[in-house]
Design a binder for this molecule. Structure first.
Ligand SMILES: *Cc1c(COP(=O)(O)O)cnc(C)c1O
Length: 410
């Protein structure tokens, strides 16, 4: 008989007296220090460890950028800014937080389709790099640069002619709203050469949430090949090549942690090759969730426990309005459970099979469906792991009018 798939083992937080420790504190104590539930807690030590381990495995000389949309809480961004080499933003709002962190404009880039004129003006004034998403955006950036009397720093985001296979979220290959189709990039590079803009390089992002080393290797190799081809039409020497990221984290039963050894070996070869083909340029990897997802927990309190026709429900004060992804409504096709546990009953008996739901009047408000949990009581804390990315800011807080969750960096 096939074994039932289980969640990847808990690695990032210690357990003492069967209670989860986050930010060096037992969760029940942390909850009372936060003052109310629900809340997101992000563990700064876990983030630092992740970045440290990543730098250990990646070849020297690769720049590591944090893609802020995964978790743009200012305190988190400040902390990440102290650990990585640059920040990637996707709106003028994120750009302000990035600049507030003290990160220099040379190490900030701004991607995203549909940049408003005032966002372009803000970015050009700040001196950060614009990752251009269309020909139209290029022309507007040039006009705005002219009007401001400031030379815009321009990189071209390429919509590659390949895709990242087995990606949780495909963002390249075929028609896409992101980037400029690879076959049109030579024209765009020519236009930049004729303009007053300063050419910085290329941005090639092919997908997200990938747990398969072989497909990451294939995409990275194809990315460098594409960059070499496009470099032939570059108006001046490329300064930077952003090869995307896409490193995934295990969310669901049966998923395992990504082993980056072979990815790193391949990357080392590509770097050596790239230096001989394009000279000494900065190679950037941009990562969001891989850096922060596992460092975060979402914590809510059990308000009611009821049995309905044989199914035990733990009714909590948290739900999809705070954590859409854990409810299964953020890009999942078939709903699967995030790892969930009872804060002070991590693995002890007695156990029970229970479903964790929120207070919303919709059957979509599920945080855990028929999970094996420590037998819980009203007042206990439910913890959703892997919640440091795409949680707070990727959820519809206004839905049903409950207060928003608290966020703390500990
Ligand atoms: C969303 C996004 C990222 C971050 O993706 P993760 O899966 O969180 O690593 C990086 N770069 C670009 C261009 C993105 O749109």
């Amino acid at each position: 008989m096939a074994e039932k798939p289980i969640h990847a083992p808990l690695m990032q937080f210690p357990v003492i007296d069967d209670e989860l420790i986050v930010g060096g504190m037992k969760l029940t104590q942390l909850a009372s220090r936060v003052g109310r539930t629900p809340f997101f807690a992000y563990d700064r030590e876990a983030m630092a460890r992740r970045v440290g381990e990543l730098r250990e495995v990646l070849p020297d000389g690769v720049s590591l950028h944090y893609a802020m949309k995964a978790n743009p809480m200012p305190a988190v961004v400040d902390h990440m800014a102290s650990l990585v080499d640059g920040l990637d933003v996707a709106s003028a709002g994120e750009m302000q937080i990035a600049l507030d962190s003290g990160t220099g404009p040379a190490d900030i880039s701004f991607a995203g389709p549909g940049k408003h004129d005032n966002e372009l003006a803000a970015a050009i004034s700040a001196g950060i790099t614009l990752n251009l998403e269309s020909e139209n955006e290029l022309e507007r950036a040039l006009l705005i640069g002219d009007a401001l009397g400031i030379v815009p720093n321009l990189a071209v985001r390429v919509n590659p002619d390949f895709e990242l296979k087995s990606s949780g979220m495909k963002m390249s290959g075929g028609p896409k709203p992101f980037g400029i189709d690879a076959e049109r990039v030579p024209q765009v590079l020519k236009r930049i050469g004729e303009s007053d803009g300063h050419f910085r390089g290329l941005h090639i992002f092919s997908g997200s949430q990938n747990l398969r080393p072989d497909s990451l290797i294939e995409a990275q190799t194809a990315t460098f090949e594409l960059a070499y081809r496009l470099a032939e039409d570059a108006p001046e020497k490329m300064e930077t090549l952003n090869i995307g990221g896409g490193f995934g984290v295990p969310y669901f039963p049966g998923e395992n942690r990504l082993d980056l050894t072979s990815v790193s070996d391949n990357l080392q070869q590509r770097l050596t090759e790239c230096e001989s083909r394009l000279g000494n340029i900065e190679i950037v990897i941009e990562l969001g969730r891989y850096l922060v997802a596992e460092a975060g927990v979402y914590v809510c309190r059990i308000l009611d426990k009821k049995v309905s026709r044989g199914t035990t429900y733990l009714v909590t004060d948290g739900g999809l309005h705070h954590h859409l992804a854990a409810s299964g409504n953020f890009g999942q096709v078939i709903r699967k459970n995030y790892p969930v546990l009872i804060a002070n009953k991590v693995s002890a008996a007695p156990r029970e099979t229970a479903s964790v739901v929120g207070p919303l009047c919709t059957p979509l408000d599920i945080l855990g469906d028929k999970m094996d949990l420590g037998a819980a009581d009203v007042g206990d804390l439910v913890v959703v792991l892997q919640s440091g990315a795409y949680g707070y800011t990727a959820s519809p807080h206004l839905f049903l009018g409950h207060p928003p969750p608290v966020q703390v960096l500990v």
